[in-house]
Design a protein around this ligand. Structure first.
Ligand SMILES: [Zn+2]
Ligand SMILES: [Zn+2]
Length: 381
């Protein structure tokens, strides 16, 4: 590969500028504008406003009909940064705590390098997506016809990974990130005097019993060989000591990799809520939402990613998927591809994603660019 050394310093400055000016999902106006400006300066065909604030750059070379998509996410998190870095967030309560600033810089670097070297035959689509953090920016882009307008034989998405050392690149065939569901159960009684419980259905008692049973779903209804997590995260009810409240709300999250397991858990939650309602004389209403599906890598694409990774770094097959979720799942439902982890831990270990002290490790910027370039050059050889 031709050297990319001259690209790194300006890209680090660019990355830190994005870091200092973070924007939340679907509000990435400045970020998207900076990206579009850079892509235009390279002479790429640029499309803005896809999935509200998304940007697509198209680079064509040669005569082949083959094509590849490379994705970076652009949004920041609603977290107060505590790094004290000179380029720390200038927006209170908004912070690039997941390294999407680094993802943007790496994909831009790949666009810069591929534009000047053009060692490929076909089309490279650079996807800069909004709102990865729980708002489904990738889903919006796909729903707006992303892959019809910019067809891809393969799509790849890269995420920095603090659990892996810098220099290591990992992925796996099949599931790599979990499906994320959320539920809220509303238990409604009538409300009444705490001294006369025989006359008032007790939504608090119902909620307590329900939490116990919900927490037994994974151990009692799901096979030990399957993987799933159910966590109750909120209970809201009551406002004073001498009133049995009319309503209690219980909510939580479910993470799975297999739709059959996901179906079983949702059905179990509904059964338990209904049973608890009957047993306690309250009405139980379940709102269950599947907001991110599991991220499932195509086996061939995962192998393609590992082969490309081996040419630029230490490529390993990830032994297990992660239970966190990723909106790139929607792109993988629409196009064969793979999600890839780029190790970013320094010698002293890695600060976790979404931690107020986290920062993207600029030392892996070059490797990320090389990986994007290798994916494109090998697929479009
Ligand atoms: Zn994140
Ligand atoms: Zn992220």
């Amino acid at each position: 590969m031709t050297d990319i050394a001259d690209l790194i310093e300006p890209l680090i400055a660019f990355r830190r500028d994005i870091h200092a000016h973070p924007e939340l999902g679907f509000a990435e106006h400045r970020t998207a504008g900076c990206i579009a400006e850079q892509l235009r300066a390279l002479g790429l065909e640029v499309h803005e406003g896809i999935g509200r604030t998304g940007v697509v750059g198209v680079l064509r070379n040669g005569t082949s009909g083959r094509s590849i998509g490379l994705r970076a996410d652009m949004d920041a998190l609603p977290i107060q940064e505590q790094t004290n870095l000179p380029y720390a967030s200038t927006t209170p309560g908004t912070f690039h705590g997941c390294g999407h600033d680094g993802h943007v810089a790496m994909l831009l670097g790949a666009a810069q390098h591929l534009t000047r070297t053009r060692h490929f035959d076909g089309t490279v689509n650079f996807f800069f997506q909004p709102a990865e953090e729980g708002q489904g920016g990738a889903r919006e882009m796909v729903n707006e016809g992303l892959f019809e307008r910019f067809p891809c034989d393969r799509v790849f998405g890269l995420h920095n990974w603090p659990d892996l050392p810098a220099g290591t690149i990992a992925t796996r065939p099949g599931p790599i990130m979990g499906a994320a569901d959320k539920f809220e159960i509303i238990l409604e009684g009538r409300g009444g005097h705490a001294a006369i419980p025989q006359d008032t259905p007790d939504a608090i008692q119902a909620a307590a019993a329900m939490v116990q049973q919900l927490n037994a779903i994974i151990s009692r209804r799901i096979a030990a060989t399957a993987s799933a997590v159910l966590s109750i995260t909120q209970i809201h009810g009551g406002h004073t000591h001498n009133v049995i409240p009319a309503e209690v709300r219980v909510s939580g999250t479910v993470r799975t990799f297999d739709p059959a397991v996901q179906d079983r858990i949702e059905a179990s939650i509904r059964e338990i809520a209904a049973g608890i309602g009957i047993a306690n004389g309250v009405t139980a209403t379940v709102d269950y939402q599947r907001y991110y599906p599991a991220t499932i890598n195509d086996a061939e694409a995962a192998q393609e990613a590992l082969d490309a990774a081996a040419t630029v770094g230490n490529a390993v097959i990830a032994p297990d998927p992660a239970f966190t979720s990723e909106d790139f799942a929607f792109m993988l439902q629409a196009c064969q591809g793979a999600y890839i982890w780029l190790g970013q831990a320094k010698g002293d270990g890695g600060t976790p994603l979404h931690n107020p002290h986290y920062d993207f490790n600029d030392d892996v910027l070059a490797l990320g660019i090389r990986l994007h370039v290798a994916l494109a050059e090998r697929h479009l050889a």
